[in-house]
Design a protein around this ligand. Sequence first.
Ligand SMILES: Cc1cc2nc3c(=O)[nH]c(=O)nc-3n(C[C@H](O)[C@H](O)[C@H](O)COP(=O)(O)OP(=O)(O)OC[C@H]3O[C@@H](n4cnc5c(N)ncnc54)[C@H](O)[C@@H]3O)c2cc1C
Length: 387
Amino acid sequence: MTQKIIIIGAGISGLSLAIFLKRAGMDCEVYENFPYKRVEGSSFRINKSGVHVMTELGIEEQVKMNSHSADRMRLLTTDNIEIASINLMQNSTFSRRSIYMQRSELVEVLMRQANISGVAVHYNKKLTSFSQDASNVIAYFEDGQQVMGTVLVGADGLHSIVRNQMFPDNLLKYAKSWALYGIGALKDIDSNLVQNLLSGDELFYFAENANFLVSKSHPTNELNLSWQASGYQERKISREEFELKTLNEMKSDLLRRFGEHGALSEIIKNSFNIIPKQIYCVDPIPSWSKGRVVVIGDAAHTINPNTGYGSSVALEDALYLAKMLQKHHYTDAFYYLETDRKDRIKAIQDTVKTFDVSKGFDFSNGFDIGMFSGTGIDPEYKVYWNN
Ligand SMILES: Cc1cc2nc3c(=O)[nH]c(=O)nc-3n(C[C@H](O)[C@H](O)[C@H](O)COP(=O)(O)OP(=O)(O)OC[C@H]3O[C@@H](n4cnc5c(N)ncnc54)[C@H](O)[C@@H]3O)c2cc1C
């Protein structure tokens, strides 16, 4: 029987999956809650395995033009004392590097590629529920529309409606961490240290129970400075004290925490957009699929965004599921997706538990490389379209 695959979510994994499925000659359509143009300022790190999937997607050149290679990480105290400098550029081949890119730029590049591939993306379509029987699955949308398919993929992110319906007991839990994501223009900041960012450095500042990572995220765009601050917080901060604060209030809080002087304070003072996010997680779900329905990316497995792995594993999932659906009946495809990928996801999640950057590091007695060891993550992990 011909498959018709309904994909919920035009984010990182949903669009990538659709592009690969079209390449495999399979029928799919994407349904996205938001309108087409969505402004989202923050930028994220994409590890080597994710960049490799981008080359498999055929978007390497566009990604290169819109991203910044993460070549060297400098670890600093908030007084600008350099604790360590780590060379991150292990290979001159683009697909074997980690990069920084604004999420909105990546979504834009994926949308262009989806369009070239002939993928239909329907915007303003919020999934509210689904039903399934022996032959079909039906997606129900807020505007009353119903769409029938043979398979439904929930690529609908952290707050997944699809996962919620599959496993209503696996609710989002506060992960004892807050994060602030900021952007600013390098040209507005007058500091020698900040100029190092131009040559490919990431600056990682540590304070008590908090850290601040700053990097360039675009080669030419003037919004080319992006940062994320995160911290450990046992009890969630209230909306009034966090999400609802003004830009200036957030800056004042950060200056109190990280200090009023030096390069870091300049970066904070010159930021013109800050997005506050509480970090949430979901306990591992009993299965990534239920009948004709499967989840991928953040919908299937939450990964603390401070690790830089969320988007990379979402891209890996998309490639792998498309490849399995091309070769196998959907029941086997879902089985192989989960069986072959779950150990990698677990290794990353376990590492986050032991290596929680949101707690910051105490460098008062020096720096020990052992702080970063024993991760169990294969740094050379890759998924290929052909093999
Ligand atoms: C502020 C922030 C910073 C982050 N920083 C990093 C980082 O530094 N490194 C990193 O690797 N990861 C980071 N992440 C995580 C990263 O963005 C995700 O892990 C990654 O995008 C997962 O891809 P996805 O396709 O699973 O979900 P998403 O890219 O989130 O896509 C989900 C899509 O589904 C849509 N959707 C949701 N519900 C519905 C519905 N009911 N109906 C229709 N559509 C729906 C959403 O609008 C969205 O477009 C960050 C996340 C956030 C929020």
